[in-house]
Design a protein around this ligand. Structure first.
Ligand SMILES: [Cu+2]
Length: 305
């Protein structure tokens, strides 16, 4: 039967495409700390938290989504081919089937449990400040924790303003504002930096160091959210409330994020730029910042971007 063949071919093509999806996702890795045109996966990870998010996405979510889509597709094809009016002119008239109802209740519950167990592990890693002893999941979301993370050595407070970010090195008592650069400013000051993401003053942090991020918003302002995809962090910035998260980046470079809570007219224009530098570079930067209390003087100690 022509229709049946057509649907069988469609089913096979869809199955092949879906089976390839997780493999394709793996093939899309690159090292940029910002999204790229045509990108089709999460941004490359540089922290243990993002490692676990990527592993959870590629290892569990993609496979369960793909299998569920294939199962539903197969059921639809069976119904269309075997139970259309021509193939099945006299329909059955039963209204219940206890076995089928038990199966379609229990199987989704099992699927949710399989997804939930590692997801709670990933979540608690994100919410638990390292103390130097706790082990983190890293890329193995089914482990009981196997990645060592040192206790925080630096505390940064990010405050969402209307519409830019203010960063404070809390223990050093120095702070600065970070505003988006427009295209002319990028061309003049920081050629090659990405449009709508480049900022005038980047948050500078050391590599391989646990950074405690305190996140809030201007007391007279609105809610924002601080998010850096390559670090796997996204935390609400709420006026009058101090939220906390952490990251430990293993590669130097520029990493970009964006305000991720709709906050008003310039929500799309308050990007987050984090520059991860070597430890000696950071020492020079923060010493100069403490002495001069001037961001421009401090950042002049770093190599040009
Ligand atoms: Cu905002």
């Amino acid at each position: 039967m022509v229709t049946g063949q057509f649907f069988r071919k469609m089913g096979a093509a869809a199955a092949a495409a879906l089976a390839l999806m997780p493999a394709l996702a793996f093939a899309q890795q690159s090292s940029a700390g910002h999204p790229e045109p045509g990108q089709f996966h999460l941004q490359p990870s540089v922290t243990p938290i993002m490692d676990s998010i990527v592993a959870f996405h590629d290892g569990i979510l993609m496979w369960s989504i793909s299998l569920i889509v294939l199962l539903v597709l197969a059921l639809l094809v069976i119904v269309m081919v075997r139970f259309n009016a021509k193939a099945n002119p006299v329909p059955a008239r039963f209204t219940h089937n206890t076995l089928v109802e038990v199966i379609w209740t229990v199987v989704p519950i099992l699927a949710l449990v399989v997804i939930a167990i590692p997801s709670f592990g990933v979540l608690s890693d994100q919410m638990t400040m390292p103390d130097g002893e706790r082990k983190y999941l890293g890329a193995n979301v089914f482990s009981m924790g196997e990645v060592d993370v040192p206790a925080p050595a630096l505390t940064v407070k990010a405050s969402g303003e209307q519409w830019y970010w203010n960063y404070e090195y809390v223990d050093q008592g120095v702070a600065f504002d970070s505003n988006m650069l427009n295209e002319d400013e990028i061309a003049a000051l920081k050629p090659g930096q990405p449009r709508l993401l480049a900022v005038n003053n980047e948050l500078v942090v050391p590599v391989n160091t646990t950074v405690r991020m305190q996140i809030t918003a201007s007391p007279s302002g609105v809610i924002h959210a601080f998010a850096v995809p390559s670090f796997g962090i996204k935390v609400d910035a709420v006026p009058g409330r101090l939220n906390e998260t952490w990251f430990n980046a293993r590669e130097t470079g520029m990493y970009y994020g964006q305000c991720s809570e709709l906050c008003g007219k310039d929500h799309a224009f308050m990007p987050i730029g984090v520059r991860v530098v070597t430890e000696p570079e950071f020492e020079a930067f923060i010493t100069a910042f403490e002495e001069s209390r001037d961001y421009a003087t401090a950042v002049a100690t770093l190599p040009a971007l």
